[in-house]
Design a protein around this ligand. Sequence first.
Ligand SMILES: CC(C)(COP(=O)(O)OP(=O)(O)OC[C@H]1O[C@@H](n2cnc3c(N)ncnc32)[C@H](O)[C@@H]1OP(=O)(O)O)[C@@H](O)C(=O)NCCC(=O)NCCS
Length: 396
Amino acid sequence: MRSLKSDLPPSNSHTLALLHPTPDEKLFIWNLNGQSWRGRLSLPAYLRRETYLENQDFTKDGGITFWILVDTTAQPNLRPILASCESLRKRALIAKGDGQVEEVISHGIGSVFCNPEFRGRGYAQRMIEELGKKLDTWQQVGNMMTSFTVLYSDIGKMFYSRRGWHAFPSSHIALPPVYGQDAACLPAMATQPLYTADLAKLCALDEKMLREELCRPTESERKIRVALIPDVKTMVWHHAREEFAAKEMLATVPDIKGAYIKTSAGDHMWCIWTRTFGSDEASNTLHILRFMIEGERLVRSSETKPIVLEPSNQEKVQAGAALLQAAQLEASKWDMRNVEVWNPSPLIVLAAREIKPAVQVIRRDESSIASLRWHGVDPEERSKVDWVANEKYGWC
Ligand SMILES: CC(C)(COP(=O)(O)OP(=O)(O)OC[C@H]1O[C@@H](n2cnc3c(N)ncnc32)[C@H](O)[C@@H]1OP(=O)(O)O)[C@@H](O)C(=O)NCCC(=O)NCCS
């Protein structure tokens, strides 16, 4: 799979195509990108993790697709791999303001990589352009058109927006871990820990409430509301990643996956989290995958507005603070240096400020930029798209 650089075709060559790697080629790619992405895993452990992750309920049976840009005149296993990436099939919802909600297949793009020896030659650009065309109909029934696809850019907004994936709100709040004795002065509403066995029921309830929310008429200009479904397979895939890393590095597996609380009015609130073991301990982060607040009208869309602090919302702020506090306590147990909530709603920001009044919403410009491509043929439609529940669970 090696090649003299002088033998390489230009990136606009008609002989280049986006194909799927052979098993040996996939291993070659993992060996290469593992050098950048293995974090604190050894390379052999990284290779095992990738195999583990491609065999989860979310990814197996075509859930994940591996793509490579290659010269079609060269032989499989001998051809240089000019660039590589993956797409992950995601269940999604679309509402167009007519009271109907349609379930569709979307895709998330991940692991975009170019061999360091081949960089700067336009191969990554060509691959992304070819991928856009493939994803137009990829895995759709009867060659129907894909509605939208997403990715999370770690290289700013320009590279992908030029190829159709436009940046959407990408902000977060961060709270430090809290150790036992400091927790005493925080809001005292009791939360319940969530375990893997609890997630299927809550995710189903979440999906039901999300569908109902999307059905409601919107006053916004952005009439097309889309959401990735926060289903249990997605959560378990995130947890497979944290569990693999914890087992490898700490020889133990975290079992608490979130926290739950019910308000006096009977509204359910919960957060599901995952521990991200960073490339060094300082970057360990407990990410809230999904922060669910029953009855919150704006489910974290681009259109978040200040909330009215009616008594029911005041209690929700306190309950939200208790959930965040549970996350902070959990973070301290696993040496996570921050708790992050992506695109927090105004209510969650208020909850965080109950704990730490100086909390600011940080807008990201370079890393994890949530980006969405509207594949529909009508260019007018793109400007009307609102990404609802744009939270960490969608990341891949
Ligand atoms: C990002 C990556 C795939 C780009 O590969 P490449 O071969 O340099 O890309 P191309 O030659 O096709 O495209 C070059 C363009 O990408 C931009 N680009 C490349 N690396 C970039 C980076 N780290 N940040 C911002 N833009 C970048 C260049 O500025 C250039 O833009 P231009 O067309 O305006 O001049 C490659 O650097 C890589 O594998 N990096 C490590 C993994 C990674 O970060 N992947 C992206 C995850 S979102």
